[in-house]
Design a protein around this ligand. Structure first.
Ligand SMILES: Cc1cc2nc3c(=O)[nH]c(=O)nc-3n(C[C@H](O)[C@H](O)[C@H](O)COP(=O)(O)O)c2cc1C
Length: 189
């Protein structure tokens, strides 16, 4: 893992201002869920308000190496690439496991400490959510819709759902993504 790059300039945005880029990425090549020093491609996540707090949820099957990592962690980050970038890297991080591949090295990603302690981010992405886990529950075979069960759980490997309170949401300063928010300000870290 590389050390923090003091010149990595970011712009804090409102947690809902990244929704368009996040949802566009999730519905195309994916975004990266980063726990410790491993990155896993995700296609599913939600952002909203629960318990009066801004929350991002991610779904992780128990078979993933990421599951082992997130189970012992209190934090995660979701790193979102600029539209139509990092396609090969997202494919690799969505097919190879961190159990036997150093995906950060393979993808030549720049992994640096995030703003929260024990959270890392990948600076090759554009939009970042850093979250502290406040709750977890399971997708249940008893209560999930029958069609969803057939489509997604025929293997019997169910997802765990992690609820992260969004502590930071920010853009890389040279991101092409435009938000409507005018309250953002640039700063170095
Ligand atoms: C586009 C795409 C979206 C994915 N979304 C998820 C997801 O939301 N949750 C999940 O558990 N796995 C998802 N996967 C599968 C994992 O990324 C894949 O199994 C990965 O190799 C697991 O890495 P790990 O073992 O290092 O955790 C997705 C894969 C792709 C290609």
């Amino acid at each position: 893992m590389q050390t923090a790059n003091k010149e990595f300039v970011t712009k804090e945005i409102k947690y809902f201002d990244g929704m368009e880029l996040l949802c566009s990425s999730l519905s195309h090549d994916g975004a990266l869920l980063v726990v410790e020093d491993n990155a896993m491609t995700i296609g599913w996540a939600t952002v909203g308000i629960i318990w009066g707090k801004p929350i991002i949820t991610v779904l992780v099957r128990k078979t993933r190496y990421t599951y082992e990592l997130i189970e012992r962690s209190n934090h995660f980050s979701v790193c979102v690439p600029e539209t139509n970038t990092l396609k090969e890297e997202l494919a690799l991080c969505g097919t190879q496991s961190g159990r036997n591949t150093n995906k950060i090295k393979e993808c030549r990603f720049n992994l640096i400490p995030g703003k929260l302690s024990k959270t890392n981010i990948i600076t090759n992405c554009s939009l970042f959510y850093e979250a502290r886990i406040v709750h977890k529950n399971e997708v249940s075979p008893e209560t999930v819709n029958a069609k969803i069960k057939d489509n997604y759980y025929s293997t019997g490997h169910y997802h765990s759902v992690y609820y992260g309170k969004i502590e930071h949401c920010y853009l890389k300063d040279n991101s092409h993504y435009k938000t409507t928010s005018s309250s953002s300000s640039f700063h170095k870290r």
